[in-house]
Design a protein around this ligand. Structure first.
Ligand SMILES: C[S@@+](CC[C@H](N)C(=O)[O-])C[C@H]1O[C@@H](n2cnc3c(N)ncnc32)[C@H](O)[C@@H]1O
Length: 285
């Protein structure tokens, strides 16, 4: 008998039905959060809270909680200061920009002639960012695909991919690393986060393995909700893309935590690029 190369029709139909059901459930959840958004705005106004993205967009990028959003942003800003030091940043590509959590930080660092491009697949996030940051003509937003590598004349000084690789399937992650490498300026840096694990050990927060356990998911029926990669596999992808790791903060690896409480942070340059002009903070991990 010839080997079967496709799923049997009934299994394929069941997979599609499960994906449809998940999409409907997510749309319903988004609708409920949208309905609750006015109450959240009122609560924020009464608490004299700084303006932040609406509830339903905060939920899309992670947690709906306003205090959690603010503390994650403040931790990320402090980390970027530490990792990037005083390196000049004139051009920023923010992949999976979400509702622009890192934009206020970028705005403070960009010179007047600087430019920032935020890219996301979520139309709601893009619309909100365009409206919220309309006054700043250094900023632009778009859905994929990325502009062709040659279009970004001298490339980007900083590519951010914060909590993006945690949602990409392996082939997408490989493509994305290649696209990043092509778009870095000579001395440009990429700061990315990921769930990296030791493929030989247990990874309780990502219980669903594939590819011999080198790729793992939080949920079988929603694989993109949280994806992790074996650290050696990911290191090979970085190398194949022509990227060299400068610094890592291994806060998830080796992956023995019960929850997805922290992500690993990896800073890379194109292989052979000059060392940072400015002093970088000492490595903690
Ligand atoms: C967890 S959120 C992180 C958002 C933002 N970087 C932050 O740290 O607040 C992940 C974002 O990646 C976006 N995303 C997922 N897959 C993508 C893809 N293939 N290309 C671009 N954006 C993607 C999602 O829509 C979502 O806004």
């Amino acid at each position: 008998m010839a080997p079967r190369t496709t799923l049997p029709r009934d299994v394929g139909a069941a997979v599609l039905a499960a994906e449809d059901a998940v999409a409907v459930a997510i749309a319903l959840r988004e609708g409920l959060y949208r309905l609750a958004s006015p109450a959240d705005v009122l609560a924020g106004w009464l608490a004299r809270r700084a303006p932040i993205p609406p509830l339903w967009l905060r939920r899309h990028i992670g947690s709906a909680s306003a205090s959690r959003y603010l503390s994650i942003v403040s931790d990320a800003e402090a980390l970027l200061d530490e990792l990037l030091g005083r390196s000049p940043i004139e051009t920023v590509l923010d992949l999976g920009c979400g509702c622009g959590a890192m934009i206020p930080y970028v705005q403070r660092r960009l010179p007047r002639r600087g430019r920032y491009l935020g890219v996301d697949v979520h139309e709601g996030c893009l619309q909100w960012c365009r409206k919220r940051f309309a006054a700043d003509d250094r900023l632009a937003f778009r859905a994929p695909p990325l502009p062709a590598a040659g279009d970004s004349a001298c490339g980007y000084d900083l590519v951010l991919a914060k909590s993006l690789f945690t949602h990409l399937m392996p082939a997408e992650a490989v493509d994305c690393l290649g696209a990043i490498a092509e778009r870095l300026s000579g001395n440009g840096q990429v700061v990315l986060t990921a769930f990296l694990f030791d493929g030989l050990g247990a990874v309780p927060a990502l219980p669903n393995p594939r590819q011999d356990g080198l790729v793992r998911h939080r949920y079988r029926c929603r694989p993109r909700a949280a994806v992790g990669f074996d650290r050696s596999l990911f290191a090979g992808w970085l190398e194949d893309a022509g990227l060299e790791v400068q610094e890592s903060r291994l806060w998830f690896w080796p992956g023995h935590h019960a929850e997805l409480s922290a992500q690993d942070v990896v800073v890379c340059r194109r292989r052979g690029a000059r060392a940072a002009l400015a002093s970088a903070a000492p490595t903690r991990a």
